[in-house]
Structures are given as structure tokens and as C-alpha cells.
Design a protein around this ligand. Structure first.
Ligand code: GLN
Length: 472
């Protein structure tokens, strides 16, 4: 039983217990987790205890909330009080956060049951989960292939039925791309829709938390729970968001669906074929297709690989061997910083820190970081113009289906290109989501990306739900 809406309804009515639901998911984990490695930590005892509390509330006639008894997998870059939070990095070894992320508190208040902390590319830097210090996660559809990344563990956990829902973080595509590769729904909301308090920062102006789910309606339910203003995050939007669960059934009638005619090529033919079928499906559901142009789309990747690393180099400066996790002793403090970081950070993280430090250095700041900010603004303004003509835009989520381990191993640029279609929405702050839309090469899942304007999540979810219905 994987459907979160159904689980919550049945737990709330008392027709099934939260304890039974947790045991079913723990059994699925026991069976397949050894080959998938979705988790850094399975919280079996904590989940059982929490499920008992939920059942006790139901028995006492109190409502545990909209996610009553729903098992959820948390990406291991979200702080959980007293529970190790690693970012899949050796540098955080042994660190236990003294507080919960806002999303974690909101899940608890809604009756959800956290079942474990999931694997990721170290500090969320990567597109395959191969950059984890604890070994890769495998794609449940084909264990010789990557699940995507960086939230590969949460995507795989939901896809394999280890959890009904998952949370990931998306800085350049890290929710949408693994969702596409694992055949689940993944949403990056508008920047500021969900609080980042307690999300370990990668690139603060791009990072956003969002849901993984087996259906568009389940994703809406989860986003309704975790969204909303939080005074602990100064970039969170001070508004109450409309309930997305109420709009998913509204259909695509009258929606203007944009086709970006100058989209960068590079997507495989099996992926573009599915995208064409998605346009057809929305047209058949009563939407109109309009052409739009976003000429600066292709510069998104370049701007991202200056802005992202620049912010990362600043954010990661706090891991100094003093305040968190690992310390490697050395003769003096400066030497200790050096050897701790050399031992604690993996190659990709070091590459980002070097790129970012260079882009921000005196003499290069204007030429690299400053220029990238101008490109970011240009891309934003072009998308804003496109959204005057279209309510949503459709693109591929990922240029290809899941690829084999090691396929892009020695070539960072090939890996970076996985996110060519997802990165612009992080630069602009607009929402985007990936919906499974059939299969491509090797019978593997293909995702279609639905993009929308600022706070236009309702239109985005309507289009996504219409795509989902077209397949059923
Ligand atoms: N793959 C991209 C990167 O490595 C995006 C990662 C993310 O969204 N966290 O930067």
C-alpha cells in the first residue's frame, strides 16, 4: 500500500494501524535495501514508536493530522534533532543536530512517520548519487544504473516502496532529475515556498526542499503540509499558500501550455518522443499549445556553475574541524583545518570549493560571479515574458533515462549536462516538477518537466495531474 492519501485516510479512520503500515514498509526495506542502498540510516525503532503514538491518538479520538501514519524518507541533509545528519560526507561524521528542520517539525505535527535518512551525493553535489562518501544508491528499476541525484536515496526509497513519500532538496535539479530516473513525481516549489531552516546549505539562493511521491495528488498533499511562511527563514514567502490538493482534479481545460522552440538540444530521441506525446495529451485534455522563446536558456548551466560553487565555497567554509563532525589533529590550527578538509571532503566537493573560491576572488569577481548574476537576471526576465503567454511550459526533465554506473565518472561536464533542463528554474526561483510519463530506452522511466511562473503551483499541479491521468 504505497498511496499516502489512502494510508492517511485509513489510519485516521482506524481501519488500519500506523504500526501495521510501518511494519509493511520495514519489511520492504528488509527485502530490498541491501541491493538498493537508499538509506544512510533506517530509523526502525523510532518509526515504530512514532506509529504507536499515532495509533494512540486515533484510539483516543484525536486526529493525528493529514499525514497520519504515512512513512516518509528524509534526505540526509535535513536536520533531525539528536539523529545523525551527514550530507553523505565524512566531514560531518558523528555530528547530531541540536534541532529539527522546520519541515521535520511540520511532518511531525501532521502525523507523518519518518522511516529513515536517505543517501545523496555529498553535500547534494552531483546527479547520480555516486558522489556519496558511503557508496552509491542503485535504481530500483535496474540496479546496474544510477537513480539520479543528488536526492537519489529519497527517489529510490519512494520508487522501491520503502516509504510512501520522500523529501529532497533541489539546487539545480536534485529532486526533479532523480524523480524522472526512478519513475516517481518530484517537485521543486517556488523559491521561498518551503522553509529552508534546518536544510544544510549548498547554494542558499538556489536551494529549495520539495516532495517525492507516487502520484501528483500525494505530492500536493505533502507540499500542502510542508509549505508556508516560517519566521526562521528570512527568504520564506510571507503568504499562506492555496491547498494544492484541491486543484489537482481540476483538469487542464483552458491552460496555455508553452513549447520552448529554442530549447537547447541534447535530449535523446526516446525522451523527446515522450515529450511530444505529453503535448498531445494536454491538447487532448483541452489545453492550448503556444510557442515561446527563451534564448538565454542555454546559458543557465554556465551561470549555475559559477553561482552555485561561489555560494557553496562560502557555505562550506564552516566545516573547519572545530564546530562540526570530523577533526584530524595536526601541529597547529591552520594545519588542522587543512588536513581535516583534505580528509573530510570528497573530490566533487573540493572541485566546487575551488571553482567558487576562484569565481569570487579579487580580480575575477566581476568577470565571473558578477557576469553570472547578470545572466541569471536575463534568464529570469525571459521566463517572465514566456509566462505572460503560457501558464506552464513543458520540457524533458533529464536528457536521458537512467545511465549505468561509471558512465559519466571521469567527466564532470557530462555529469553537469544532466541538469541542463532543470537548472533554469533554480536560477529564476520559479517552480518546476517532474511527472513520470511512460518509458524510453531499455524500458526505463521517462519524466516530463512542467514549469510555471512564481507561485503558479496550482497551474503546474493541474497540468501534471492531467499528464498522469492521460496515462492511466
Ligand atoms: N547536479 C547539480 C549539481 O551537482 C544539482 C544538484 C542539486 O540540485 N543539489 O550541482
Amino acid at each position: 500500500m504505497a498511496d499516502a492519501i489512502e494510508i492517511a485516510a485509513r489510519v485516521r479512520s482506524g481501519s488500519v494501524t500506523a504500526v501495521d503500515i510501518v511494519e509493511q514498509h520495514l519489511a520492504a526495506i528488509a527485502k530490498r535495501e541491501p541491493e538498493i542502498h537508499a538509506f544512510n540510516l533506517v530509523l526502525a525503532e523510532q518509526a515504530r514508536a512514532r506509529a504507536h503514538e499515532v495509533d494512540a491518538m486515533v484510539a483516543a479520538g484525536r486526529d493525528p493530522g493529514p499525514l497520519a501514519g504515512v512513512p516518509i524518507a528524509l534526505k540526509d541533509n535535513m536536520c533531525t534533532r539528536g539523529v545523525p545528519t551527514t550530507c553523505s560526507s565524512k566531514i560531518l561524521a558523528g555530528w547530531k543536530p541540536p534541532y529539527d528542520a522546520t519541515v521535520v517539525s511540520k511532518l511531525a505535527a501532521a502525523g507523518a512517520v519518518v522511516i529513515g535518512k536517505t543517501n545523496l551525493d555529498e553535500f547534494a553535489m552531483g546527479s547520480s548519487t555516486e558522489n556519496s562518501a558511503f557508496g552509491p544508491t542503485r535504481n530500483p528499476h535496474d540496479i546496474t544504473r544510477v537513480p539520479g541525484g543528488s536526492s537519489g536515496g529519497s527517489a529510490a526509497a519512494v520508487s522501491a516502496g520503502f516509504a510512501s513519500l520522500g523529501l529532497g532538496s533541489d539546487t539545480g535539479g536534485s529532486i526533479r532529475q532523480p524523480a524522472a530516473l526512478c519513475g516517481v513525481v518530484g517537485v521543486k516549489p517556488t523559491y521561498g515556498y518551503v522553509s529552508r531552516y534546518g536544510l544544510i546549505a549548498f547554494a542558499s539562493s538556489l536551494d529549495q526542499i520539495g516532495p517525492f511521491a507516487n502520484s501528483v495528488a500525494d505530492a500536493a498533499l505533502l507540499l500542502d503540509v510542508i509549505g508556508g511562511h516560517d519566521p526562521m527563514d528570512s527568504t520564506s514567502i510571507p503568504l499562506t499558500h492555496p491547498a494544492l490538493l484541491d486543484v489537482v482534479g481540476q483538469g487542464a481545460e483552458g491552460l496555455r501550455v508553452g513549447r520552448i522552440t529554442d530549447l537547447p538540444d541534447g535530449a535523446d530521441p526516446d525522451v523527446t518522443e515522450r515529450l511530444e506525446l505529453a503535448f498531445d495529451a494536454l491538447r487532448a485534455a483541452g489545453a492550448t499549445i503556444v510557442d515561446v522563446q527563451v534564448p538565454a536558456f542555454e546559458f543557465g548551466l554556465t551561470a549555475y556553475y559559477l553561482i552555485g560553487p561561489a555560494e557553496a565555497s562560502s557555505n562550506l567554509a564552516r566545516y573547519d574541524g572545530v564546530r562540526y563532525g570530523l577533526r584530524v589533529d595536526a601541529a597547529d590550527t591552520n594545519a588542522m583545518y587543512g588536513v581535516t578538509r583534505a580528509a573530510g571532503f570528497g573530490d566533487e566537493v573540493k572541485r566546487r570549493i575551488m571553482l567558487g573560491t576562484y569565481a569570487l576572488s579579487a580580480g575575477y569577481y566581476d568577470a565571473y560571479y558578477g557576469k553570472a548574476l547578470k545572466v541569471r537576471r536575463l534568464i529570469h526576465d525571459e521566463f517572465e515574458r514566456a509566462y505572460q503567454r503560457a501558464d506552464v511550459l513543458l520540457t524533458p526533465t533529464s536528457p536521458s533515462v537512467a545511465f549505468p554506473f561509471g558512465a559519466k565518472g571521469d567527466n564532470p561536464l557530462a555529469m553537469y549536462l544532466c541538469d541542463v533542463y532543470t537548472i533554469p528554474a533554480n536560477l529564476t526561483g520559479h517552480p518546476g516538477m517532474s511527472v513520470p510519463f511512460g518509458t524510453g530506452a531499455a524500458d526505463l522511466p521517462v519524466g516530463v518537466q512542467v514549469l510555471a511562473g512564481t507561485l503558479c503551483e496550482p497551474q503546474m499541479f493541474r497540468a501534471a495531474a492531467a499528464l498522469e491521468r492521460a496515462l492511466s
